[in-house]
Design a protein around this ligand. Structure first.
Ligand SMILES: Cc1ncc(C[n+]2csc(CCOP(=O)(O)OP(=O)(O)O)c2C)c(N)n1
Length: 722
């Protein structure tokens, strides 16, 4: 620990040892704790003066956090803190000025460039991963981060930078004995993702250090109403490999000892550890909360008596480490440091107003600029399922950073059974990943627990470290447990960290209906929910060749991609194609014209492409209507230029998709055509989509709910007659 307590300060006893700390180190820890408190105090003042816009403090947690930092290595270990961790960040080397730059929303805020609230830490230099506001999202990301470290330790050659794909922009560092820190309030341990992370950390014996900062309240809810028995660490004793420590987190030396034992367990490869520190919360939950509304005076007074700063100060004086004058001198120097940092922050520039749109996506590499290569056309026609499987295999051979996991994606979790060559293996419920574990081993292809947030959350942590997770969500209908990670984390990492971190993972999802009996929970679409999320590319191929070329682009690109694979199309006769070779790529945002026409444009994608083609052929044959069928292929980005060129030619347009009509993907396309191509139109923009209900089991009902070829014919005829 770097010491700022100067030589000549009245540090009286240098000889004595306190939990492995010298007197000078103890005094330095006191300085950090006091510094943290004074920054909180200053922010509170600034908030009252309306110079900053939010405040949440570390007050009462300082001793535990400084103890944690003292046992860890900045820029070597990895950190997934939460909003109370100011003292930890200071101890790791984040400056007071950096913290106050975030509070004022300055362009120079190193954690987020003015995009996130104060106390939303992030520092590449110190390996502090960008943190967010939803409670509990950090746990699974920390798990993924620990797994990535382990992976690179086992496959150091995978860390090599390779030009031409996302690897060019991902510096990978890893250390044999690194550990990952993740912290939380006790209330947040009620989140499912906490338990999902413990499952994996314990099962895989991961080097993860949990710090539960238990201040007794989650906003206004006392711990005994939150946690059975009122004590989280007591509940966890059944987890294998998990070392547990409970301590008074307002006592620096007790915290030091507890964290040290926990870190020893983790660093020596014995699995995760959890330190449960009891702390206090003297400043209410945040400046928007007043705890006097729900806490008794007596309880608050009792807490105040345990204030970690007052306790340590008393200890230092009693031990003769600092005398009253030295304490005052130290306080004055900290106050001057905070004042200087504050002065600098208050005159710092705010971000350029036009900068808001930067870093939604990678600015170094765009999947729109991926080359459009010619397919090789080797051998017989293959299904979409086949070509996706082949693409995954080819890419895994090319790029050792790719790992695949999800539910049932492995050939066989009991890998010893795979010695028996006759055992075929599972390889996904749709067999899309068949044979991959057999070829690439269980470190690269493995089954996740049955928990979708677990899949996506871990992918975030892995991708942040430079791996390329290509994960599978078994059915779109079951994607919702992962929604927090898919909406608030994965696509947002780059933007919220102002391009400091990024998570270019691929999420493959089996989607769609037309299954005859797929019913409510095996037929859902819902792509517009994800196209409505900035930062996520969304791909929805209609045929085998496109699936192969687009998946390769998705894997090589520098952004997160949701890759939607229609279950009905996996083995459909329509759109089969020969193997296009291991370098076949298709850029995103390029529509494909399946059929040229002059009377009407049909804009569509996915499973309604083949249905639109059938309708177009029938109408040409029977009614002489010439229909142009345009397949968007990627929904974000999408090819408005192709739409505009076609509509300019035909003057009539029908948007067709399988998902429900209202608030569906077609609404945006139709609105944009209406506003930008109005003078090219001879008829209103029309839409055809599923009814506004879920899909029923009974096949006759399914038929009526989902748009069929006959419906498309009728809609086109109506439009042609307008
Ligand atoms: C998913 C989610 N739900 C609700 C909130 C609102 N919220 C912010 S902090 C908080 C309480 C957290 O309590 P605890 O984990 O005990 O941490 P503490 O703030 O006490 O340190 C709540 C409910 C949120 N940020 N995220």
């Amino acid at each position: 620990m770097a010491s700022k307590v100067m030589p000549g300060d009245p540090v009286i006893s240098e000889e004595k040892n306190y939990e492995g700390l010298s007197a000078r180190q103890l005094a330095e820890m006191y300085r950090l704790m006091y510094l943290s408190r004074r920054i909180d105090d200053r922010e509170i003042m600034l908030k009252r003066q309306q110079k900053i816009f939010f405040q949440i403090s570390c007050a009462g947690h300082e001793a535990l956090l400084v103890a944690a930092a003292a046992n860890l290595r900045s820029g070597y270990d990895w950190f997934f803190p939460y909003y109370r961790d100011r003292a930890l960040c200071l101890a790791l080397g984040v400056t007071p000025e950096a913290q106050l730059l975030q509070a004022v929303g300055a362009a120079g805020d190193p954690a987020s460039g003015g995009r996130q609230m104060p106390s939303h830490w992030g520092s590449r230099e110190h390996n502090i991963f960008t943190c967010s506001s939803p409670t509990g999202t950090q746990f699974l990301q920390a798990v993924g981060c620990a797994e990535a470290g382990r992976y690179f330790n086992h496959h150091p050659e995978a860390a090599t930078k390779v030009p031409g794909d996302y690897r060019e922009f991902k510096d990978v560092e890893h250390h044999e004995d690194e550990i990952v820190y993740v912290s939380t309030g006790e209330g947040t341990t009620s989140q499912g993702e906490f338990w999902e992370s413990l499952n994996t950390a314990s099962n895989r014996k991961l080097p993860l250090l949990y710090l539960v900062e238990d201040n007794g309240y989650a906003i206004s809810v006392p711990v005994k109403y939150q946690t059975p028995g009122g004590n989280i660490s007591q509940l966890l004793h059944g987890f294998p490999n998990l070392h547990i420590e409970e301590c008074d987190g307002t006592d620096l030396l007790e915290s030091m000892a507890a964290v040290r034992r926990a870190v020893e367990h983790v660093r020596s490869g014995n699995g995760p550890a959890l330190v449960h520190g009891h702390v206090i919360r003297p400043y209410s939950h945040s400046l928007s909360d007043d705890e006097k509304l729900y806490r008794s005076e007596a309880e608050r007074k009792h807490d105040a008596e345990r204030d970690p700063i007052a306790r340590l100060q008393k200890f230092l004086v009693n031990e003769g480490i600092l005398d009253a004058a030295a304490v005052q001198k130290l306080h004055r120097s900290v106050d001057a440091e905070v004042q200087a940092a504050c002065d600098a922050a208050l005159i710092a520039d705010i971000p350029e107003l036009s900068s808001y749109s930067r870093y939604v996506y990678s600015e170094k590499m765009s999947p729109k600029s991926m080359p459009e290569t010619a397919p090789l056309s080797e051998g017989n026609d293959r299904t979409m399922a086949d070509l996706i499987n082949t693409c995954l295999r080819d890419e895994m051979r090319r790029d050792e950073r790719i790992v695949i996991f999800g539910e049932d994606v492995a050939d066989c979790s009991n890998e010893e059974y795979l010695q028996d060559k006759k055992l075929k293996g599972k390889g996904g419920v749709f067999k899309l990943t068949a044979g991959l574990q057999r070829e690439f081993g269980s470190e690269r292809v493995f089954n996740s627990p049955l928990a979708e947030a677990n899949i996506v959350g871990r992918a975030v942590g892995m991708a942040a470290r430079g791996l390329k997770p290509v994960v599978e969500i078994q059915f779109f209908d079951y994607i919702w447990p992962a929604m927090q990670q898919l909406r608030n984390e994965l696509p947002l990492i780059r933007w919220r960290s102002n391009d400091t971190f990024s998570c270019p993972a691929v999420v493959r999802v089996a989607i769609g209906g037309y299954l005859t009996g797929g019913a409510v929970y095996h037929s859902q679409c819902g792509e517009s929910i994800f196209t409505h999320t900035p930062g996520m590319h969304v791909v929805f191929p209609s045929n085998a060749l496109d699936a192969a070329g687009l998946l390769r682009t998705a894997i090589r690109c520098d952004d997160p991609v949701m890759f939607l694979e229609h279950k009905r199309l996996y083995r459909e006769a329509f759109g089969r194609a020969p193997y296009p070779g291991p370098e076949y790529t298709i850029p995103f945002g390029k529509a494909r014209i399946w059929r040229e026409g002059t009377d009407i444009t049909v804009v569509t994608y996915g499973a309604t492409v083949s249905r639109s083609m059938q309708a177009a052929q029938r109408l040409e044959r029977e009614h002489g209507i010439s229909v142009e069928v345009l397949d968007l292929r990627t929904l974000n980005p999408y090819d408005f230029e192709a739409i505009a060129a076609s509509v300019t030619k035909t003057s009539r347009v029908l948007v067709v998709h399988e998902d429900m009509l209202s608030w569906g993907y077609g609404a945006e396309i139709a609105a944009r055509i209406g506003s930008e191509l109005f003078d090219k139109l001879d008829a209103p923009v029309s839409r055809l989509a599923a009814k506004d209900t879920f899909v029923a089991y009974q096949p006759a009902l399914e038929d009526v709910i989902l748009p069929q070829t006959d419906d498309i014919c009728a809609a086109i005829q109506k439009l042609a007659a307008y």
